[in-house]
Design a protein around this ligand. Structure first.
Ligand code: DGL
Length: 261
């Protein structure tokens, strides 16, 4: 029965583990198959056609394992490939975009900084988002930042993000959008580096709720009490899987102590 199949979740690396945390929290009965395309990371500084090829390979692999839905836990891969995947696949495809809409609603006349990869910020999907919710928004491309997160150099990554924020020249920053799933792991560190009045916004919970809605609509919710989770990588398993597990448990601890918005 399709409801018993896992949900496929993928990213260019460990970033999507932050999304997986939110998905497991929202849908504890589901099984998840997570794939980090570490061998081909980063996506965010590659030509879009190359990212498309990587995504197609990952999706073929996941479909071969039998998945009932696909979550693109990567803003970059969504911008490049979501429209095409929705045309080509018969299973539901849930994508991600920088959470500019909720950030726009929090704006109090200051700036909204959107931190994301160069590819995410360059493609038409983001231009369309800016058209609607871009008042006061400043795109801040962060090449090199995901690599620091992949290497678990989180303090350095947060300092680097804070420097980019300071370098944007914005005087009053009402919100910072974490528009790449890797950056969500910097949330607590950035919280300490930025003024209290600056909100930090990501799309993870919204994505989890969207997955719940889509599965419910298609009667695909798994009735099990406790789901399982399998982690895969195209990189060196011995090196990458422990990083994924550590980030997952750090994320879970952080969420225990935090009010979600
Ligand atoms: N985690 C990805 C995102 O959400 C991109 C990181 C990368 O591969 O550059 O955009």
């Amino acid at each position: 029965m399709a409801a018993k199949e896992p949900v496929g979740v993928f990213d260019s690396g460990v970033g999507g583990i932050s999304v997986l945390g939110a998905l497991r929290r929202e849908l504890p009965g589901e099984d998840f198959l997570y794939y980090g395309d570490t061998a081909n990371a980063p996506y965010g500084t590659k030509p879009a056609e190359q990212v498309m090829d990587c995504v197609q390979r990952v999706v073929r692999l996941m479909l071969g394992r039998g998945i009932k839905a696909l979550v693109i836990a990567c803003n970059t891969a969504t911008a490049v490939a979501a429209a095409r995947l929705r045309q080509e696949l018969s299973i539901p495809v849930i994508g991600m975009e920088p959470a500019l809409k909720p950030a726009h609603e929090m704006r109090r006349g200051g700036s909204i900084l959107v931190l994301a990869t160069p590819v995410t910020l360059r493609l038409p999907k983001f231009a369309a988002l800016m058209e609607k919710y871009g008042e006061g928004a400043i795109p801040v491309p962060c090449p090199g930042l995901m690599e620091l997160v992949e290497a678990e150099r989180l303090d350095e990554a947060a300092r680097c993000a804070a420097e980019r924020i300071a370098g944007s020249g914005a005087e009053q920053v009402d919100a910072v959008v974490l528009g790449c799933t890797h950056y969500v792991f910097l949330r607590e560190r950035l919280r300490r580096l930025l003024p209290e009045t600056t909100a930090l916004v990501d799309g993870n919970l919204g994505t989890a709720r969207q997955l719940r809605r889509v599965l419910a609509e298609r009667s695909l919710l798994n009735p099990a009490a406790q789901g399982r989770c399998e982690l895969l990588t195209s990189g060196d398993e011995a090196a990458v899987l422990p990083v994924m597990r550590r980030l997952m448990s750090a994320w879970e601890k952080e969420m225990e102590n935090c009010e979600e918005v």
